[in-house]
Design a protein around this ligand. Structure first.
Ligand SMILES: Nc1ncnc2c1ncn2[C@@H]1O[C@H](COP(=O)(O)OP(=O)(O)OP(=O)(O)O)[C@@H](O)[C@H]1O
Ligand SMILES: [Mg+2]
Length: 291
């Protein structure tokens, strides 16, 4: 009788362990799929837009065409580097025979550091094209707050900006776009906002995985996403809330409304502008729902 109970418990533990392993594998696969999507979409769309710009100005402005070609070269180089990093991650995550030692460990050691909020200016720089000027800023509630954001949150915020800007290039006629990340240590939130001034471009299509990835990233950290046409004006807006501890209930952040409390996210008592002034139209969320 006792023996039977022990065997039953052992079987239950085995089944639960297998289930947890399966869940971990699925979660890791989704993580890599999100990274792959955002990295590829960004670099390929930069190359596409810069190539179009180069072709357009080649005759009358060779200097601008040269800048675009340089941007293409850089996007290709960075893209390949980051793809290689991801493939390295896959090998290690897959329990490659050499994981932790030898070749796989060396690949890991060689890997470029993950993007952070400090690397956002580079991203914004890359995202600017002759057709669309992109600006960006990180707003801190206190000096150094951005650097204190846990690395996984920094990476998520970076990827969300990256995909939102890739979407501007692909789906919008925008001439300008603005990315803002507000780090508020008092409210314990990171808020990411990307707005553009364009109209939806006709005839673009995609897989809808970009917004889905943003929602997954936010949900994993207990945050929320709003995406869609801007209320009362032209353009599109993506706004994401992430709790700084990475564990806050998303519902709390979403129900906090469409605006950060005034004055809490900008330094020196400056009222929060974009969060309060710029909202996403109520119809938006469905408009941004992946198809
Ligand atoms: N800045 C924008 N302006 C206009 N429409 C947009 C903008 N961003 C997103 N959209 C719309 O939202 C849809 C969903 O975006 P999402 O990123 O999820 O998918 P996608 O870009 O079409 O494909 P992918 O899976 O390659 O990202 C887009 O197809 C587009 O119709
Ligand atoms: Mg997309």
């Amino acid at each position: 009788m006792r023996q039977a109970q022990v065997e039953e418990q052992a079987a239950t533990i085995r089944a639960q362990t297998a289930q947890l392993t399966d869940q971990a594998v699925v979660a890791e696969r989704l993580r890599i799929a999100r990274e792959l999507h955002d990295v590829v979409a960004h670099h390929v769309s930069v190359m596409g837009v810069q190539a179009a710009a180069a072709r357009r100005v080649m005759e009358r402005d060779p200097e601008a065409a040269r800048d675009s070609l340089t941007a293409i070269e850089r996007a290709a180089r960075d893209g390949v580097g980051q793809m290689r990093d991801l493939l390295g991650t896959l090998r290690v995550a897959d329990g490659d025979a050499g994981a932790g030692t030898g070749a796989a460990a060396q690949e890991g050691a060689d890997r470029a550091p993950q993007p952070t909020l400090a690397t956002l200016p580079d991203l914004v720089d890359q995202a600017s094209t002759p057709l669309c000027q992109v600006s960006g800023q990180v707003v801190e509630s206190a000096p150094g707050a951005a650097g204190r954001v846990p690395p996984p949150l920094q990476l998520s915020a970076y990827r969300i900006v990256q995909e939102a800007l890739a979407n501007v290039r692909r789906h919008s006629t925008a001439r300008t776009a603005r990315a803002t990340v507000r780090v508020d240590e008092d409210a314990q939130t990171v808020e990411v906002e990307v707005v553009d001034d364009g109209s939806p471009r006709v005839g673009t299509s995609g897989t809808g995985l970009g917004l889905q990835g943003m929602r997954e990233r936010a949900a994993l950290l207990g945050g929320g996403v709003e995406a869609g046409p801007r209320a009362g004006g032209q353009g599109w807006r993506v706004r994401v809330w992430l709790p700084l501890d990475g564990r806050g209930p998303g519902s709390r952040l979403v129900s906090a409304g469409t605006a950060a409390p005034a004055g809490t996210v900008t330094p020196a008592g400056t009222p929060a502008q974009a969060g309060t002034a710029d909202r996403t139209a109520p119809v938006d969320t469905s408009a941004g729902t992946p198809r």
